[in-house]
Design a protein around this ligand. Structure first.
Ligand code: AMP
Ligand code: GLY
Length: 425
């Protein structure tokens, strides 16, 4: 089979790495890819948002199956475009991607299906949103309705912050059209975890739990990022929590989407907030998480292609996914300054030595080759991932690899996985 991976991050490198191991794959392409992906796949310089060009490329290259990493092409209708042309593609349709693309849609779905989540209200007018905040008080979360590159949720501790958040989103339009509507949502407390599943619209096949680390600095300090590290499994997701997440959240969501005429096929990701063993839904994503995917894919034993094909053909009920017992940890190495301003083009050293360590996989995100040298080309640069007999060994192995890698201004968190260790003590 000829496969195309769409995207250029660590998640897409992990997807390409996993797909390359399938005996069914004869040729791998990526668009646009990165320097790491280029070692496994032929990269085409087409941005992930250029849906039409991607479809034309896939037609020309006779691609059998396209796997989409990021959310933007999904919400732009890449799956519909490929299906119209009779080409195989894995992911939700444009209509179904609204589960991530519109917070208003997603919260309404949760409410209709009685999915446990915080209370919320939707607003079209700034004054109404502000009046509501004054009534309910803080802490409160203000969210732009549309996609905002993962930055659209503002957790506000004071009234002034919350009113300012509404102003920034609705009046100053810092997230553009994504801020036409806002959701004002209850601030939930607890521990967060990521819970992902494959679904064909009927069957829901859960993956092991994982946990992301969104804040930029140690001890969850600093601004939110795309994710500074992850581990899997997440001990906060006990068997009981997993059962509740499936019965109360995932299955009702998939059924609800079907009932709305938006059958959901692909990876469904719910961000959970867990308190006293009760999971609540914070948000849905229409794809793999990054960097959760890096951990999940190194733990997956089964052939990913067989799962994706079964999901497309609506026969996931026939599939059983095998996973490694071993735990996985991914440490994101980022450019100094990320998620704010950062410089690119710094020479990266030590990747080859680090990748030789036992159980270690180096997934590239913002990397490029310049004059034959590996250089930084984005905010998140590498996802240093390791398997180990338990979380502790995986953490040790991953940090051992991280210590071998360097560039000017490199930044990473030194406490990835600490929460898991604390729970297990
Ligand atoms: P999101 O953009 O919805 O992924 O949210 C980004 C981050 O904001 C989440 O990972 C949480 O840490 C935080 N967050 C979002 N919604 C809430 C909420 N209702 N209560 C508490 N924290 C939240
Ligand atoms: N790691 C969070 C996300 O992919 O949305």
């Amino acid at each position: 089979m000829r496969i195309l991976v769409v995207g250029s991050g660590g998640r897409e490198h992990a997807l390409a790495w996993k797909l390359a191991q399938s005996s069914k794959v004869t040729k791998l392409y990526a668009a646009p890819g990165n320097a790491g992906i280029a070692g496994l796949a032929e990269c085409a310089a087409i941005d992930a948002s250029e849906v039409r060009r991607l479809a034309e490329f896939a037609e020309r290259q006779k691609i059998d199956l396209t796997v989409v990493g990021p959310e933007l092409p999904l919400t732009l209708g890449i799956v519909d475009e490929f299906e119209r042309r009779g080409m195989g593609i894995f992911g939700p349709s444009q209509a179904a991607s609204a589960i991530e693309g519109s917070k208003v849609f997603s919260k309404r779905l949760m409410k209709k299906q009685n999915i446990p989540t915080g209370f919320f209200q939707t607003f079209y007018r700034e004054e109404d949103a502000k009046r509501y905040i004054q009534d309910v008080g803080t802490p409160i979360v203000v969210k732009a309705d549309g996609l905002a590159g993962g930055k659209g949720s503002l957790v506000c501790r004071t009234l002034a912050e919350a009113l300012d958040a509404v102003k920034m989103i609705m009046e100053e339009k810092i997230f553009g059209d994504a801020g036409e509507r806002v959701v004002i949502e209850e601030y939930l407390v607890g521990e967060e975890a990521s819970f992902l599943a494959f679904t064909d619209g009927k069957t829901v096949l859960p993956m092991p739990s994982s946990q992301d680390h969104k804040p930029a600095y140690d001890n969850d300090q600093g601004p939110n990022t795309g994710g500074m590290g992850a581990y899997s499994p997440a001990p906060v997701v006990t068997e009981e929590v997993q059962r509740k997440a499936m019965e109360q959240i995932m299955i009702p969501a998939v059924k609800g989407m079907d009932a709305e005429g938006k059958r959901y096929k692909g990876v469904l990701y719910v961000g959970l907030m867990i308190k006293d063993g009760e999971p609540k839904a914070l948000e849905f994503n229409a794809r793999f998480g990054d960097p959760e995917a890096q951990c999940l894919l190194v733990r997956m034993r089964s052939d990913l292609i067989l799962i994706l094909e079964a999901a497309i053909d609506e026969r996931l009920h026939e599939v059983k996914i095998e996973w490694q017992e071993e735990a996985a940890v991914c440490i994101v190495m980022a450019s100094g300054g990320y998620p704010g301003r950062f410089e690119k083009g710094k020479i990266i050293q030590g990747v080859e030595a680090a990748s030789k360590l036992k159980g270690v996989f180096i997934f590239h995100a913002g990397t490029a080759l310049r004059d034959g040298k590996l250089v930084t080309a984005g905010g998140r640069v590498l996802g240093v991932t390791a398997l180990g007999k338990g979380i502790k060994e995986a953490i040790e192995r991953a940090y051992e690899a991280v210590k071998l890698i360097s560039w000017e201004g490199v930044h990473y968190r030194t406490d990835i996985g600490k929460k898991a260790l604390m729970r297990m003590e």
